[in-house]
Design a protein around this ligand. Structure first.
Ligand code: HSE
Length: 307
């Protein structure tokens, strides 16, 4: 085992991008940093307000995930010292739990002298998270298109590519939490065929448009009938923003992952100003306070430093 301290920096991410439910992810330059080293007693030091409610003992998700990696590698899970800081708001649809899982796996894998490849870590992270969209983006950066294999032992099939040039992202982060589980419970078990065909077409177009830089197609390609219409009732302002953002500066808009964050793509400063104004009006009408952030795409994915 490596006796040094491992520092991993993991990007936040968005998932779905509209119709690509559980399949399409994109990484952002907003980071969670985890330092991990072997210790005589397990201790987690968590920096920042976002992590104030998080446990600091072995029940912490990071420790549990790291322990699992050691077990899978045939090693007894060691006591660990960890320091964690994050700029990713939690439970908002920006992949905070995926970043935590990826960070813990990658750091523990490095301490364990790399028993697993990055693709094997991707499979582990996807199985832990339940879907590969956020974890794929956090691991590899850029745009990742992936789907769960039919059995857990198989690798996760995926394609990663750089984000289109000139694409800018505004995220609107409402000041309330929405657990993914809650946002999945409102989805139907069955869908009419016309809605499935609607999404298959748009999701396919979305991936092709992102891969070829066809920003002109995003407005149509980001429309969705599988999850956004059902989640709208949990997120005041979402339906108006999705319906009208492209008339107010956006070149495409979607719920970020399971929400409540809303994401708008744009290209120019003028579009950015128009969008901010529009979003402000809608959110104020609903009495929802929020933060708006411009997030550049992270094209690198998780990085590892041994210190
Ligand atoms: N694809 C997932 C969902 C993302 O929309 O429920 C949540 O992490």
């Amino acid at each position: 085992m490596n006796q040094r301290t491992v520092r991993v920096k993991v990007p936040a991410s968005t998932a779905n991008l509209g119709p690509g439910f559980d399949a399409v992810g994109m990484a952002f330059q907003l980071y969670t940093t985890i330092e991990m080293r072997l210790a005589s007693e397990t201790k987690l030091v968590l920096h920042g307000e976002e992590l104030a409610q998080v446990p600091t003992d072995k029940t912490n998700l990071l420790y549990e995930v790291a322990a699992l990696l050691f077990q899978r590698a045939g090693l007894t899970p060691p006591e660990l010292y960890m320091e964690v800081s994050t700029d990713v708001p939690m439970t908002r649809g920006l992949g905070s739990s995926a970043a935590a899982i990826v960070g813990a796996l990658v750091a523990a894998n490095t301490l364990a002298d790399e028993p697993f490849t990055r693709d094997e870590l991707f499979a582990m992270a996807s199985n832990l998270e339940g879907h590969p969209d956020n974890v794929g983006a956090s691991l590899f950066g850029g745009v990742v298109v992936a789907t769960m294999p039919e059995s857990e032992e198989k690798p996760v099939p995926y394609v990663r590519f750089d984000s289109p040039k000139g694409l800018q992202t505004l995220v609107i982060i409402p000041d309330f939490w929405l657990p993914t589980e809650e946002a999945r419970q409102v989805l139907p078990e069955m869908y009419p065929r016309k809605d499935l065909v609607y999404n298959v077409g748009r999701s396919s177009l979305l991936v092709a448009a992102l891969a070829q830089g066809r920003l002109d197609l995003l407005a149509e390609a980001m429309k969705d009938r599988l999850h956004q219409p059902y989640r709208s009732k949990l997120i005041p302002g979402l339906s108006e923003i999705l319906a009208e953002a492209t008339q107010h500066g956006a070149i495409g808009a979607a719920l970020s992952g399971a929400g409540p964050t809303i994401l708008c793509f744009y290209q120019s400063d003028e579009q950015h100003a128009t969008l901010l104004d529009f979003v402000g009006r809608v959110m104020n009408q609903h009495g929802i306070s929020y933060r708006a952030l411009v997030l550049p795409v992270d094209e690198t994915g998780v990085t590892i430093e041994i210190i």
